[in-house]
Design a protein around this ligand. Structure first.
Ligand code: BV8
Ligand code: ZN
Length: 246
């Protein structure tokens, strides 16, 4: 099956990749819904929502500080690096990620759409002014926006919040044009991200899913590869490179 996918990737004009927390799992970043997932201990609306933030500002900032510390210590894994290599081997390529860990950027993928923001960036809760990312937030003494006095929050899209219009529109445009769409390491339950593989499929793309489990989009996938993205993606890229070399 991998050979076939490598062949498809070699002969198509536009590849789109959607990633979720599973791609970062082999870097040591906990996923959201797995057994060890961070949500396991909390309800998403408690932490990753504006209401949750306003009601539990200190707890939410403790959670994000904990994740930021973790992100500082982790590195891209072979799956991230293979995606960067795939971009180099593709005519047109878009990476759409739900992840906020910034690992695709560190892996030097170029054309990235970060649907849910980036954990290293802060912004004002009221006027959305982006605030210098290097400030360390003391959960007991949250800094306020210099412009309007609003509380500083992570620049992350929370549940119930709209995604950045430009980013999500571009994600739909590229998914509609995709000839080959990879859905990798995502449980495909969070919308609107989860509707992108469906959009691609509806517009004629071949849909490849790489995951350890089945998801709501498995039934419509042309290929479902059970396994770890950090092990599977390098094999596919290697086959493409071998084919190119012939
Ligand atoms: C919005 C930021 C308009 C937080 C996140 C009912 C139906 C449909 C939609 C909704 C609904 N009710 C509410 C909604 C809308 C809601 C939603 O989709 N809810 C879901 C849960 C039902 N969506 C929203 O609110 C979005 N906004 O819709 O705006 C609107 C406005 C007002 C009112 C209504 C609508 C905003 C969504 C963004 C939320 N923010 N993150 C933070 O990160 O701190 S989402 C969060 O989940 C993360 O970003 C994460 O990326 C994302 C998706 O999770 P996954 O990445 O898929 O991770 P998960 O752990 O779930 O899965 C990992 C997968 O990897 C697993 O399948 C596992 O098997 C696999 N895996 C593990 N290891 C590996 C692997 N695979 C391969 N290799 C491995 N090694
Ligand atoms: Zn402000």
């Amino acid at each position: 099956m991998l050979k076939k996918i490598a062949e498809l990737a070699s002969n198509c004009n536009r590849i789109v990749v959607l990633t979720g927390a599973g791609v970062s799992a082999e870097s040591g970043v906990p996923t959201f819904r797995g057994k060890e997932g961070v949500w396991a201990n909390f309800k998403p609306e408690e932490l990753a929502s504006l209401e949750g933030f306003m009601a539990n500002t200190e707890i939410v900032w403790e959670w994000y500080n904990w994740r930021r510390d973790l992100m500082e210590k982790v590195l891209p894994n072979a799956g991230h690096l293979a995606i960067t290599q795939l971009e180099k081997l593709s005519k047109k390529f878009t990476l759409i990620t739900q992840n906020v860990d910034g690992l695709h950027k560190i892996a030097k993928t170029q054309n990235i759409l970060e649907l849910h923001g980036n954990i290293s960036r802060n912004k004002c809760v009221d006027c959305n002014l982006i605030v210098d990312k290097k400030i360390i937030i003391d959960p007991k003494n949250i800094p306020c926006c210099k412009k309007c006095g609003g509380k500083i929050r992570p620049d992350i899209v929370w549940f119930g919040e709209m995604l950045d219009e430009t980013i999500i529109s571009q994600a739909y445009v590229d998914s509609e044009k995709a000839e080959l769409f990879f859905s990798i390491g995502t449980s495909a339950v969070v919308h609107p991200a989860a509707s992108l593989p469906i959009t691609a499929k509806e517009n004629g793309a071949i849909l490849v899913e790489i995951n350890l489990e089945e998801t709501p989009i498995t039934p419509i996938a042309d290929y479902h590869i059970f396994g770890k993205s950090g092990e599977i993606l390098p094999q596919i890229v290697e086959m493409i490179e071998e084919k190119k070399a012939i």
